[in-house]
Design a binder for this molecule. Structure first.
Ligand code: NI
Length: 188
């Protein structure tokens, strides 16, 4: 089942998410729904806060980017309770990012693209790997969602000022999307 995407301005995107346990109700169905929602919205990653749950769950499928980045072909990751450490000896890169919760916006973000990630897969088996390049960037972007951050938190105040109108349009529900969304609750 395709789920609505919660948009920028909704408080669920600003809360820190909590770990889940193996008895999490309906995890298999939720993961299937998250993948379906991501594919139908043409995203390459989706974090649970974006579908309104403050749980530490992320799905990634970077395959659509394989035309320009062949190393991403077939890269599919389900991350449960991930722990991320940015390895500061890695190179810092600036590249464009977008987010299903911020429709119509794309901004350059500078990140150190070498990380160590520890996580559980959908069977709660532990993994521990080092990632770099664009996949690391996708993981960091999704991990930010679990920490109550969005990628535009990383851009300069000047850039943020330049997209101020676009941001307020999203917050106030004046944006059209070709996927189902949930807008921020109206401010009184
Ligand atoms: Ni995002």
């Amino acid at each position: 089942m395709k789920l609505p995407i919660y948009l920028y301005g909704h408080p669920v995107l600003r809360a820190v998410s909590t770990d889940i346990t193996p008895d999490y109700e309906g995890l298999g169905q939720l993961l299937a729904d998250m993948y379906e929602t991501m594919y139908e919205s043409d995203g390459v990653g989706l974090a649970a806060p974006q579908i309104g749950r403050n749980d530490r769950i992320v799905v990634i499928d970077a395959s659509p980017l394989a035309d320009s980045m062949p190393e991403l072909d077939g890269v599919k990751l389900t991350l449960i309770n991930p722990r991320l450490e940015v390895l500061e000896d890695g190179p810092s890169e600036t590249r464009g990012e977008g987010c299903l919760s911020l429709p119509g916006i794309s901004e350059n973000v500078t990140r150190t693209e070498k990380i160590r990630l520890q996580w559980l897969d959908e069977k709660f088996e532990p993994h521990d790997e080092v990632f770099d390049g664009f996949l690391s960037r996708i993981i960091q972007h999704e991990y930010d969602h679990l920490e109550g951050r969005v990628y535009i938190d990383h851009i300069s105040p000047i850039r943020k000022q330049l997209i101020r109108r676009k941001l307020s349009n999203i917050v106030e529900g004046r944006v059209r999307c070709d996927y189902p969304v949930r807008y921020a609750p109206r401010r009184k």
